[in-house]
Structures are given as structure tokens and as C-alpha cells.
Design a binder for this molecule. Structure first.
Ligand SMILES: *[C@@H]1O[C@H](CO)[C@@H](O)[C@H](O)[C@H]1NC(C)=O
Ligand SMILES: *[C@@H]1O[C@H](CO)[C@@H](O)[C@H](O)[C@H]1NC(C)=O
Ligand SMILES: *[C@@H]1O[C@H](CO)[C@@H](O)[C@H](O)[C@H]1NC(C)=O
Length: 165
């Protein structure tokens, strides 16, 4: 396993852990305000509206990234707060239109955004930030890592299926 793959794998493990942790949080809060009998009572996710809302989040993110020198586009330190706002936006909008987050539509939109901005970055470049020394930054990093892990996994899987094919 080369170092690149190893980095991806580590990311994946982080992603799985965070995901499990978030799911636990989610079900704990859900049990407070969801009818125990039927998840069908939940309003259906309006995908066309979600798509529109994702475009809005994406446009905001593009506008924010335009303020950052493109030579720093691979340096997470420079765009972490913009990226955080973007993931927060996708999450809030998903909930507004009664969709779970993350969901496949949001994921594919985020992948599109990543391809646009980070296609020339290596995973190491994006991920190796100095270890944060305060809790707030760690809290911000969690969804960022989750998203990066998701992307890394998609890329890794597509590479693997190339190898296995
Ligand atoms: C979804 O949202 C669109 C745009 O707001 C609206 O026109 C449409 O009626 C909605 N569909 C459902 C099933 O609520
Ligand atoms: C990213 O940016 C920060 C702040 O400008 C800088 O200290 C750090 O060295 C940069 N990291 C890389 C890998 O360029
Ligand atoms: C990535 O590199 C290609 C070729 O150098 C360039 O055309 C493209 O604009 C770059 N993309 C980004 C997001 O920097």
C-alpha cells in the first residue's frame, strides 16, 4: 500500500467514526421530535428544490473562494471557514427542504464543487494542516473531514475498481 492509499484509508476510518458518531447524535435527537410509529409521516425530500438550494450554496462558496488567491486553493488553512460555511449551508438547506443530510444529491453536488476547486490538489496537500489546538477548530474540522473522507472514498473506490477490473 503506498502512502497515498494509506492517507486515504486513514481518512476513510476517520469518516466512518465520525459518521457513526453523527448517526448516534441524530437518532438521539430524532427520538425527541419524531413520531415513533411512522417515518413516512416525515415530509418527502423535495429533490428539485434541494438541487436549486445546492446551487445557491455553491454560488456563495464560489464567491467566497474568488476572494482567495488561487495559489492557496489547496491549503485548507486558507479556506476552512468558507468551506465550513458551505457544508453548513448544504446541511441547513437539506433540512429546510425535508431531506436527510448527507444525501446522494448533496454528495454529488459537493463532489462537483471539489472537482471544480480541488482537482489539482493532492489529498496530502488538502489534509495536512497543523493540528488544531482549540475545540472550535476541531468541531469545524469534523464535517470537513467527513466530506473529504466521502470524496476520498469515492475516488479510491473508482481507482480500486480500475485495478480489480
Ligand atoms: C418542490 O419544490 C418546487 C419548487 O419550490 C415546487 O414547485 C414543487 O411543487 C415542490 N414539489 C413537491 C412535491 O412539494
Ligand atoms: C498554508 O497556509 C498557512 C497560512 O498561510 C501556512 O502557514 C502553511 O505553511 C500553508 N501550508 C502549506 C502546505 O502550504
Ligand atoms: C488545474 O490545472 C489545469 C491545468 O494546469 C488548469 O487548466 C485548471 O484551471 C486547474 N484547475 C484549478 C481548479 O486550479
Amino acid at each position: 500500500m503506498d502512502t497515498n492509499e494509506f492517507a486515504v484509508l486513514k481518512l476513510f476510518v476517520v469518516g466512518v467514526l465520525v459518521n457513526a458518531w453523527m448517526m448516534r447524535g441524530l437518532s438521539a435527537t430524532d427520538s425527541f421530535n419524531v413520531e415513533p410509529t411512522s417515518p413516512r409521516l416525515r415530509k418527502l425530500c423535495n429533490e428539485s428544490r434541494l438541487e436549486w438550494e445546492m446551487e445557491v450554496c455553491g454560488e456563495d462558496f464560489k464567491r467566497d473562494m474568488a476572494h482567495i488567491d488561487p495559489q492557496h486553493w489547496c491549503n485548507l488553512t486558507h479556506f476552512i471557514s468558507e468551506y465550513h460555511l458551505f457544508t453548513l449551508c448544504t446541511e441547513t438547506k437539506s433540512h429546510i427542504v425535508d431531506c436527510y443530510w448527507p444525501n446522494p444529491l448533496v454528495e454529488s453536488y459537493i463532489i462537483r464543487i471539489h472537482k471544480h476547486f480541488f482537482s489539482n490538489c493532492t489529498i496530502e496537500q488538502v489534509v495536512w494542516v497543523d493540528p488544531p489546538d482549540d475545540t472550535l477548530t476541531i468541531l469545524i474540522l469534523i464535517p470537513v473531514f467527513l466530506t473529504l473522507a466521502m470524496i476520498a472514498l469515492v475516488v479510491w473506490c473508482s481507482k480500486r475498481s480500475d485495478i480489480l477490473a
